[in-house]
Design a protein. Sequence first.
Length: 248
Amino acid sequence: MADGLEQDIFSRTALLLGDDSYSSLIAARVLLIGVGGVGSYAAEALVRAGIGSLILIDGDVVQASNINRQIHALSTTIGQPKVAVMAERLQLINPALAVSPLQLVVTPDNIPQLLVEPYDLVLDAIDSFDAKLALISGCVERGIPVIASMGAAGKLDPTRVRCADLSESQGCRLARKLRKLLRREGITNGVRVIYSDEAFASHGFGEKEPEGDARRPMGSISYLPAMFGLQLAAEAVRLLVKKIAAST
């Protein structure tokens, strides 16, 4: 186990997982793309579990409308880059954490460059469908384990949040669309997803913003993105511990 403060911080994790599994989390290098409602909670849960290296990518700044569901969104952080605010928060949790924030809008064009570095795991919490599709496809092509979050907006019931292989997901429109397009690329399984089988609240749309993003904002509640993020982190820990155990 680690010495000093880090040993104290993660003593309960080591008791639960055992020293070898805990050490595997310290050694893990994880890429998390999307640090909004889902991604911010996933990042914090991973760091509190003992992940040693985390790369955060997101192009947005904190807005007042984020406060209802994003862990880094406070009245004092409005206007600041999400990755910078999150990185500072995570470093306060674990000063030994290797955290790299990158403020970047992720697109299908820049994903190949982002996947050049070696990662033990990639976590997808992206809002853009095209970028999500390209990221999953790129990870599978390179043999990088990936876990993807589907949409948490327009949902209310936390008991309907599920984790499964994309091929086995049901009741999620986003997962269905991804499944169809990935199948065209020959990808039929091997991608874990966090999703909800609750029907989407179609009335939960706002008006389009007069400037900027042409998408209509979707209604959201405080706990659902958090549930998705915590499930994403839980699946990540399970996968990383299992991966290390299989290699020893």
